[in-house]
Design a protein around this ligand. Structure first.
Ligand code: ADP
Ligand code: ZN
Ligand code: ZN
Length: 738
């Protein structure tokens, strides 16, 4: 299998296969006996000493591998390709762009069971009444016949149901046996469904306002062509209604739509809204699905049966035969970028996929990323604006509370407590944002200065009181809480504020008021996030404490006050994107206030009320901030005015990562391209999970030069044995440089 310089290359038909292995190349195989694969088919191939599943990506007539060493494909798993040629080309492009092993990219595009060689389940059949079944008298004869009659009646009345239609569950758990019996006696028949049949007409939503109308028309008018849009609309301005209108229009033209969202667990209403309004089959794809559920949703998308696919970032790789529209909601959200393994941006790939499929793509947000904003300002993307919230709701009133003048107790300043009481007295609901989970970030001995530190990271352990554990938020390490200082046996103090402690403080401050919490700890159980969100919506919870999770597109009509406990965490970040993140977070949290009739209020506590970023945000909103930030990025040569890639390395050995990156930098510099190579430098948190980490940054004003440098460096590193002593990866367009 390995490349060889021996003469006598293999001729005939050669299949080039992407194998799920960390190698940046395809592998050549000869034809199998039996079913011949095609491009896009999975095959079982011998690989090293084992056999594995790969995908045919290309065919050739000759191979570099000598004929006698070219192994044959063992078996064709998909006589009908799983992916069309265009999808294979899109995935191959993605692998090249991110310089990632093609096999891992193709694996990422497959649901687990298919990755492991399982079969694609067939579509369900449609149950219809036969002519006899339509005429038979339903008069009951005993219990069993009554249940048969009920099943027959349901299917008769609905005019037929797909086998996976939830309405069948109303017949009770044994309905499958009953239906089978009715098929056996000729009253029902199971027939193949027409996957690409047009569904029912969508149900009407609210009449669009003029701005929504203009936006929807622009999207609908560009169906069938590649056009990228930025849908820039404040929270609650009705972006989702615009998506719904465009998706409905696409469905009416027999086109599938793909809707990419950052997190589905936190926005259950979004899926519910799509389901309710579009009376066509929908596939929902996210990481919380069991294998079987995911496989069926994926099958429905691939067959064309699902006219709409809603999913988190990896849904961008779903094959869709009739793709006609791509929506990326909350396009600024960092979770659209995969942060391990194959590090792709679902947002950026959405635009690439739209271009290759000649469809419109709409990136929606209230706080555009500076990349997207620059694309809009330079005319590459068309900007559609929704400046107002529907109805009479005005923008919330935002003000700062100076923590130097009003020292907080347990995080709460006097003026904040007073305003909270005011809103509670008027039946308002309150959201309190604090981006730090746990009880206290520091457990400390006032006598000898001991602090609880993670033994594996350069970081402190966070004290979690609900579960009585110390936890490292960087590596997941956890430990018992010592009863006293391990150094001097003095009692320990919990210093600083996390969401658990804040929740307790609020419960003490406002006795009798129901306080809830939304963070990664409180939402570990399935559906617990949905339950908390529902309790806010129905008014059971009056105060909700939460982390970044609060910023996701929730629609809480009763929230009249939003408090940001500590804006200063983000003001002095070390990453060039920290101010952008903070501006987005503050704007998004603020957007949760006052969504219906009353004007909302937003209070931001800070020890730096004169910080220019806060001033800019307050006076001119996100738009003013973004204009200034873009000018600063341009002056400093940061993205979007340059392109970055980051090579990260880690090892248990203290010197190995830096040495490896020096070698890499040497390979990268060899061609003399116009690419700045900065570093290597130790990572901001040098030790994490017991490994020493370092990084090398590449910065270029033109992508082609950057890609040439990366390609050459990676080829050299893969051939370099010394590179095997470190773990390393390349991150193209990194979202954080830490
Ligand atoms: P966004 O996606 O921008 O946050 P949504 O589409 O969720 O905004 O709209 C916010 C709220 O306003 C929703 O409850 C929605 O039903 C309502 N809404 C949106 N557009 C209209 C409209 N044209 N007329 C009346 N209500 C609307
Ligand atoms: Zn001590
Ligand atoms: Zn740790």
């Amino acid at each position: 299998m390995s490349a060889s310089s021996e003469p006598g290359p293999a001729a005939g038909i050669v299949f080039r296969v992407a194998v799920d292995a960390p190698l940046r190349r395809l592998f050549d195989y000869a034809a199998p006996t039996g079913h011949q694969p095609r491009v896009g088919s999975r095959v079982r191939v011998p690989f090293g000493r084992r056999s594995t599943v790969g995908m045919v990506v290309d065919t050739a007539t000759v191979s570099d591998v000598p004929a006698e060493r070219l192994k044959s494909i063992v078996e064709t798993l998909d006589p009908d390709p799983l992916f069309g040629a265009r999808h294979v080309a899109f995935l191959s492009w993605s692998a090249r762009y991110y310089h990632h092993p093609a096999g891992e990219v193709f694996a990422a595009a497959l649901p687990g069971p298919l990755r492991r060689g399982g079969v694609l389940p067939e579509l369900p059949r449609r149950l219809i009444a036969t002519p006899t079944g339509n005429e038979v008298d339903l008069a009951a004869h005993g219990r069993r016949a009554a249940r048969q009659a009920a099943a027959l009646e349901l299917i008769r009345n609905t005019g037929g149901l797909d086998e996976d239609d939830p309405r069948l569950d109303t017949l009770g758990s044994g309905w499958r046996g009953i239906v089978r019996r009715l098929v056996d006696i000729g009253l029902l028949a199971g027939v193949p469904i027409d996957a690409r049949a047009r569904g029912e007409d969508p149900r009407p939503g609210p009449a669009l306002n003029p701005a929504q109308q203009t936006a929807a028309e622009a999207l609908v008018g560009s169906l069938g062509t590649f056009r990228p849009f930025l849908l820039n609309g404040v929270t609650g301005s009705g972006k989702t209604e615009v998506y719904l209108a465009a998706v409905a229009a696409a469905a009416a033209s027999d086109l599938q739509s793909m809707v990419i969202v950052p997190e589905i667990g936190l926005t259950p209403q979004l899926v519910a809204r799509f389901r309710e309004r579009l009376a066509c089959p929908l596939a929902v794809l996210h990481s919380g699905l069991a294998d079987g559920e995911r496989l069926r949703a994926w099958r429905d998308a691939r067959s064309g049966r699902a006219r709409v696919v809603i999913g988190t970032r990896s849904a961008i790789f779903t094959p869709l035969p009739d793709l006609g529209l791509i929506v990326v909601d909350e396009e600024h959200d960092p979770s659209l970028k995969q942060q391990d393994g194959f590090r792709y941006s679902a947002r950026d790939l959405a635009v690439v996929r739209a271009e290759r499929s000649r469809t419109p793509v709409v990136l929606g947000t209230a706080t555009p990323s500076l990349e997207t904003l620059q694309n809009a300002r330079s005319g590459r993307y068309e900007e559609l604006e929704l400046p107002e919230r529907p109805g009479s709701t005005r923008h919330p009133a935002v003000s700062l509370i100076d923590l130097k003048r009003h020292p907080p107790r347990e995080g709460l300043s006097g003026p904040l407590v007073e305003r909270m009481r005011h809103h509670l007295d008027r039946d308002g609901q309150i959201m309190v944002f604090l981006n730090r989970r746990g009880f206290a970030p520091v457990l400390f001995c006032g006598e000898c200065g001991w602090t609880a530190e993670c033994p594996r990271c350069d970081a402190r352990m966070v004290y979690h009181r609900r579960v009585l554990r110390l936890k490292c938020h960087h590596c997941g390490f956890d430990a018992d809480v010592p009863e006293a200082c391990p150094g001097c046996a003095y009692p320990l103090k919990a210093v600083g504020l996390g969401t658990e402690r804040l929740e307790d403080a609020l419960a003490r401050e406002f006795p009798g008021v129901a306080v809830g919490r939304l963070d990664r700890d409180s939402t570990q159980r399935k559906d617990s996030a949905a339950r908390v969100l529902e309790d806010v919506r129905n008014g059971t919870l009056r105060i909700l404490v939460g982390t970044q999770m609060l910023t996701k597109g929730h629609d809480f009509p009763g929230v009249s006050l939003v408090a940001v406990l500590d804006a200063d965490q983000g003001l002095f970040g070390t990453d060039f994107r920290s101010s952008e993140r903070l501006a987005q977070t503050l704007t998004q949290v603020a957007g949760r206030a006052g969504r219906r009739d009353a004007r909302g209020e937003v209070l931001i506590q800070t020890a730096c009320p004169d910080h220019p970023l806060l001033g800019l945000l307050l006076a001119g909103g996100y738009e003013a901030f973004a204009t200034r930030a873009l000018a600063e990025r341009e002056a400093a040569g940061w993205p979007p005015f340059s392109h970055l890639a980051l090579l990260r390395a880690e090892a248990t050995d203290r010197t190995a990562p830096m040495a490896f990156l020096e070698t890499a930098a040497g390979y990268a510099r060899a061609g003399g391209e116009a690419v700045q190579i900065l570093g290597p430098v130790p990572a901001t948190m040098e030790r994490r999970a017991g490994r020493i980490r370092a990084q090398l940054l590449f910065q270029a004003s033109a992508r082609p030069a950057l890609h040439r440098v990366l390609g050459r460096m990676l080829a050299a590193l893969e051939a370099d044995r010394s590179a095997r002593s470190v773990r390393w990866h390349l991150d193209v367009d990194p979202v954080d440089l830490l």
